[in-house]
Design a protein around this ligand. Structure first.
Ligand code: FE2
Length: 323
């Protein structure tokens, strides 16, 4: 069989599997080869030219929540045996690819440094179901120099499970109760309550003292599940003007659509007529899945919202003992 340019000899180790199970995250050195990096850098370049880039602090920090371009080359990467085996082995799940994002930070940008979990990015599936992110910086991250990477807290220290399962639904019911009592609420109330949960003085102290921040070379990636509490780290003074990261999201293959969760995320848009950002809000994606025809409990992999379902699926290989 001819070797595909994206093929790579990367193999998961037993230690990495243990680490992912224990910490909810693991760094994968040399996971993406030069050809993949070239493809991703081209992708970032093209996508960042499009108009819908979100720039909350103009020209400082750019986020592209939905990559619009043709997914052919990304699907080719997903089809590589090493890629599929690594992700399914580490997570012990068949996985469904739900989308890509691009985060680009500029030198000295104030990126807010807020701790969070993937409640927006995984706002379409039931809280208890598995979801994970592959985060790949396209330039080096040196924690003793310019930094600009990612800080996270291993989930055996703190897990964001309670944010998914309890805080998210409670945010909306709190706002509803205030409105019922005649107290006017706004997007600001929603955002500050949401932000405050993981960024209160006590939580900040705990999270900062347990934070892990890794070095990365282009090609290295971090795989972390949706419960891992994390935050971006600013790119400090140095030769690198920008650092872009390419992000892929996956959910377990049998994951189901959670309409109530999607509605909760859409609450600020419906109630205040604006989302978290001025452009099409990130928090609309989960409800768009329903608008594309999905009902509560539908298999995410069968929702019409996601095209090319077969190419998005990463299945484990059948081992004789599993067959
Ligand atoms: Fe994040």
């Amino acid at each position: 069989m001819t070797r595909h340019p994206f093929d790579c000899d990367f193999r998961v180790t037993a230690e990495q599997k243990i680490q992912f199970r224990r910490d909810g995250c693991v760094k994968l050195d040399g996971f993406l080869n030069e050809q993949v990096l070239r493809m991703l850098r081209d992708r970032v370049e093209v996508e960042m030219q499009r108009e819908t880039v979100n720039s909350t602090t103009p020209a400082l920090y750019r986020v592209k929540y939905g990559v619009e371009g043709d997914k052919g080359s990304v699907f080719e990467l997903l089809a590589r045996r090493y890629f599929r085996q690594t992700l399914t082995d580490l997570t012990d799940n068949d996985l469904f690819f739900t989308g890509e994002q691009i985060f680009e930070v500029e030198q000295n940008a104030d990126i807010g440094s807020t701790w969070h979990v993937g409640v927006d990015s995984f706002g379409y599936q039931y809280a208890e179901e598995f979801g994970c992110t592959l985060w790949a910086p396209l330039q080096s991250v040196n924690t003793r120099a310019q930094r600009g990477g990612m800080a996270y807290v291993p989930q055996h220290v703190i897990s964001g499970e309670w944010v998914f399962e309890q805080i998210e639904p409670a945010l909306v019911s709190t706002l509803r109760a205030k409105e019922k009592a005649g107290i006017k609420t706004s997007t600001v109330d929603y955002v500050s309550m949401r932000h405050g949960v993981l960024n209160s003085p006590a939580m900040l102290e705990i999270l900062e003292s347990h934070r892990v921040e890794d070095d990365f070379e282009p090609g290295d990636a971090l795989l972390f599940n949706k419960m891992v509490v994390h935050r971006g780290v600013a790119l400090e003074e140095g030769p690198l003007a920008r650092r872009a990261a390419y992000v892929m999201r996956f959910v377990e293959a049998g994951s189901r659509y959670d309409l109530q969760r999607a509605r909760n995320l859409d609450y600020p848009t419906q109630r205040y007529r604006t989302g978290l950002f001025a452009y099409k809000p990130l928090t609309r994606k989960p409800i768009e899945i329903a608008e594309a025809g999905a009902a509560d409990g539908d298999l995410i992999s069968e929702c019409a919202y996601f095209g090319d379902p077969d190419r998005r699926m990463l299945r484990r290989e059948q081992h004789p003992e599993r067959a």
